[in-house]
Every structure is written in structure tokens, then in C-alpha cells.
Design a protein around this ligand. Structure first.
Ligand code: ADP
Ligand code: MG
Length: 227
């Protein structure tokens, strides 16, 4: 499989506060992520994992430095253009699933596809395939509240990749699950990434899961370094 650079952070800075109370979270941080690789982001709480994921996901602007998605520098783009890139190229998974409670698992996965303009029948077919892929095809008609934590996260992962993004960003996606369930959810995520060739950056405190990823990075003194 051909490897493309999907995400590139170059000299990215992010500071909070001002004057004496300025907190430098990222200081000239660099990171390159290629298609088909799963990278663990392992660092203590408060070191900037979520900040890094938000910058990579174009949800925030860096104070300086550049964020490029598929070779396109994104800093100077309009909010509309950033949103368009986010919708088509980036999928997010959070610690808590954020699924819509009034809709079934299948409908939750159909939603982003229909927003992107896909006909209902096609969205439904792909949603069903993704549920099968996550090994919860039999749970499609259930609402999130009727699913276990591990099942909810698998639906959230399926929803994140529904529009075939090139980058998956996950912020402690198994942080709320027991180790065995976390392992099972990661296995499904890994199969999906391997099959689709997307690039995944996964913040986690789970060292067993991190060990199963292709590469591990951490944040030290505001920089992203191999771990
Ligand atoms: P992590 O995800 O690794 O726990 P975060 O990226 O959430 O870390 O936060 C890194 C640091 O930046 C923390 O000290 C946090 O309090 C601070 N921080 C995050 N967001 C803001 C904000 N909007 N304003 C001020 N400080 C913030
Ligand atoms: Mg965080």
C-alpha cells in the first residue's frame, strides 16, 4: 500500500493564558502521520494530548506553526474550508461516545453520510457494513442507551469513519472501559484501520494497547517525541 503523509504538524505552538500566567503546552511540536499507521499518544493528564488532537483536527488554531492535512496547509484557510476538510477527511472518537440518544446505532452512523449528501439507502448500506465490521451488526436497531459501553464505543468508531476520512483522531477512546472490553474495542478499531488504510492517532493511558500500535509518541517539554 502506498504511504502518504496524512497529518503533519510543523513547529506547532499553543499557549494558554497571558503575561505571568502563560502556560506553554506545545512548543515547536512536530509530528508526521502516514496512511495506514496507528500511533499511540501516551502522556500524563494535563500535558496537552487533547490540545494536540484538537489542533490536528482543525478544531483549534495553533498560536504558530503549521498543521497540514494530506499535504494541504490549513492555517490560512477560512473556517468554512477548515470545516469542509474536517468533515471529509477527519473522524473523531472521544472518551464518551456522544452518540445521539434518540436515534438507533444504524441511524447514528447514517447521519454524517446523509449530511454529506449520500442518499439514505446508500448511507444505510454502509452503516450496516461498518456495524458488521465492528462485529455489532445485530445491534443496529438499538439506541445507544440499550448498548454496553464497549458497544457504544464501537458504534462511535463506525460513525467516525462513516465518511471514509483519511485521519482518525481518538481521545482516550477506551478510557471508560474495563481492560478486556478496551482490548476488544481496540481490536475492532485496528481491523478497520488496516482495512481502510487511514492514519490513526490515539491518545491513551492504556500501555497494553499502546504496545499493540505501530508507534508510540509522548509530549515532553512541549514537544512530541518517540516514547
Ligand atoms: P491532556 O489531554 O493531556 O490531559 P489538555 O490538552 O486537555 O491535556 O490540557 C493541557 C493543559 O492545558 C492543561 O494544563 C489544561 O489545564 C490547559 N488547558 C487546556 N485547555 C485550556 C484552555 N482553553 N484555557 C486554559 N488552559 C487550558
Ligand atoms: Mg485530554
Amino acid at each position: 500500500m502506498k504511504r502518504n503523509t496524512v497529518l503533519k504538524l510543523s513547529g506547532v505552538e499553543r499557549h494558554y493564558g497571558q503575561g505571568d500566567t502563560q502556560l506553554s503546552i506545545l512548543k515547536k511540536a512536530d509530528l508526521t502521520l502516514n496512511s495506514g499507521e496507528i500511533v499511540a499518544l501516551v502522556a500524563p493528564s494535563g500535558t496537552g494530548k487533547s490540545t494536540l488532537l484538537h489542533l490536528a483536527g482543525l478544531l483549534e488554531h495553533p498560536d504558530s506553526g503549521e498543521v497540514s492535512i494530506n499535504g494541504n496547509p490549513c492555517n490560512g484557510l477560512s473556517d468554512d474550508k477548515r470545516t469542509a476538510i474536517r468533515r471529509s477527511e477527519i473522524g473523531f472518537v472521544y472518551q464518551f461516545h456522544h452518540l445521539l440518544p434518540e436515534f438507533s446505532a444504524l441511524e447514528n452512523i447514517m447521519m454524517p453520510q446523509m449530511i454529506a449528501g449520500l442518499p439514505r439507502s446508500e448511507a444505510k448500506q454502509r452503516a450496516g457494513q461498518l456495524l458488521d465490521y465492528m462485529r455489532i451488526g445485530h445491534r443496529g436497531a438499538h439506541r445507544p442507551g440499550e448498548l454496553s459501553g464497549g458497544e457504544q464505543q464501537r458504534v462511535a468508531i463506525a460513525r467516525a469513519v462513516a465518511n471514509a476520512p483519511s485521519l482518525l483522531l481518538a481521545d482516550e477512546p477506551t478510557g471508560n472501559l474495563d481492560p478486556e472490553t478496551a482490548s476488544y474495542v481496540f481490536e475492532a478499531l485496528e481491523a478497520l484501520v488496516r482495512q481502510s488504510g487511514l492514519a490513526a492517532l490515539i491518545a491513551t493511558h492504556n500501555h497494553d494497547l499502546a504496545a499493540r500500535m505501530d508507534r508510540r509518541v509522548t509530549i515532553a517539554d512541549g514537544k512530541v517525541v518517540d516514547f
